[in-house]
Design a protein around this ligand. Sequence first.
Ligand code: SF4
Length: 609
Amino acid sequence: MKGWNGRILRIDLSKGKVTHQEFDAEFAAKFVGGRGFAAKILWDETKPGVPPLSPDNLLIMAAGPLTGLALPSSGKMVIAAKSPLTGGYGDGNLGSLAAVHLRRAGFDAIVVSGVAHSPRYISIVDESVQVEDAKDFWGMGAFETESILKRKHGKTVGVLTIGQGGENLVRYASVVSQEGRSGGRPGMGAVMGSKKLKAVVVEGNKEIPVADGSAIREIGAEGYKNIVSNPNYSFFMRQGTMATVEWSQTASILPAYNFRESVFDKADAIGGESAEKIKVAQKGCPNCNMICGGIIEDHENNRSELDYENVVMLGSNIGLSDLKQIAHLNRMADDYGLDTISLGNTIGFAMEASEKRLVQERLEWGSYEDAVRLIDEIVHGKNLGTLLAKGTKATADEIGHGSEKWAMNVKGLEMSAYNCHSAPGMALGLSTSSIGAHHKESWVVGWEINFDRHSYDSQKAAKVIEHQRIRGGIMECLVTCKFPYADMGLTVPYYVRLFEAATGIKLSIDDINALGDRIYSLIRAFWVREYGPRWNRTLDYPPARWFEEAPQKGPERGVKLDRQGYDRLLNNYYEMRGWDHNGVPLSSTLRQQGLADVAQTIGSMQRIG
Ligand code: SF4
């Protein structure tokens, strides 16, 4: 088998047992890697209803067949588990040298089970795997932990770590690497913390087996060259994703004041132009030549890596317009190991709850001091932070008074930085994402605005699925970054050539779509299995605020989503996916997608129900 190492590293922290599991070509071809491997392993190996923070949940770190190869943006991996934030499938990708080293160590994935009796970290040097004492690191931030581990194991090793957020089981704690790369929004850091696993250190020194090494080099070089010669390249290198702030403001989808407004008076102060003026450096993931992380210094001269999502969620969404202050909040989140999107939502929700006198704490919109205090309280479980550490949905459930209508989440995962009260297609994409309200799998809003912004045309459902198949399907399985495809003109046929060079397997466009559909049905089945009788189609709805409260400012003021229109769009989506009226994959769909065992489980659940 070429393209894959064919081995998964298994670590049972309860028993301190390390094993190597081989997988066959059929598993590799059917689930490919990354998200595909993670979803399959979680489906097969976790007991239905497993508590996410229990030893029986699995923490999966999975690379794909393109990871680590000399080609654009191949330095990524997926971190997955059953989510403690949503109770469903959770994953996220991050760029890290750990991804490259894992493949070079001779593995395609790590599966961690059990719980250690005291803090541990895992050290991998090729075949040699040790579970080491991490008592000295417990209580440290992610940056210091990584720095110490690199001093001990070598500065070129890959490190994945959690901060105090993961240790203290904040439900949206993430896994961090390289001071700013962060992944696993739906609480993968908390799952890691629940296992008392502080970090994973990886060093690999082997060749990654590929079908045609010279073709990989040639096609990889062609990709790098095409990226650099793309007309968007120099601007992207200057501003990365930050230019999206100005775009979102013009398009009236920029979240402000907990998504109450879709424009922000001070958007210019937090946009790409402002960030570019004070940018001091730039960094990115391994193997990437369009590094998108713009570094600025906060007011204490500490460096912070900014992108669109973290600036908006910790900026306009909480009414804050000082980029250096936003940079500091972002740095706190990265060091504590908290997802910035969920964190910004949670702070915005708390500020609105305070304004409405639903909580005792007095918080002011745009108050940097309040935000700093809340972040510390969230991480250390103090005052209102104890509740906010569980996420906006749980907080709204607790404080009541209709606050669930403006707790901006889907299935418990906080909303990405797009205010879609007047973009039904994007709202559908966010609401049907595999992990809850997340943008990365279907970014149809640019197309939608040019198409017919306010319509509920079924073409929007088709466009969401088209995006999900590529961005949430094949790319999350390969695992590779979407930006070269989305912004620099690398095409799906280009990735088909890379996949063939790596694995020797030639995929057709139909094969790619079938893979994406298989992964979406499998992940959807996981949600249905875990939610049981609680599962229903309203879980695929965006928050009530978008249906009931229109923004008061900007060109899209007064516009809100139409519930009947959204319902029709969701029906179109389900029909195109081969799912029933509640968004449950039909037995015939699952069988046709090669998931007969899943069909049996879902079918028997429905018979019992
Ligand atoms: Fe990482 Fe950005 Fe490069 Fe993508 S474009 S691989 S996110 S640095």
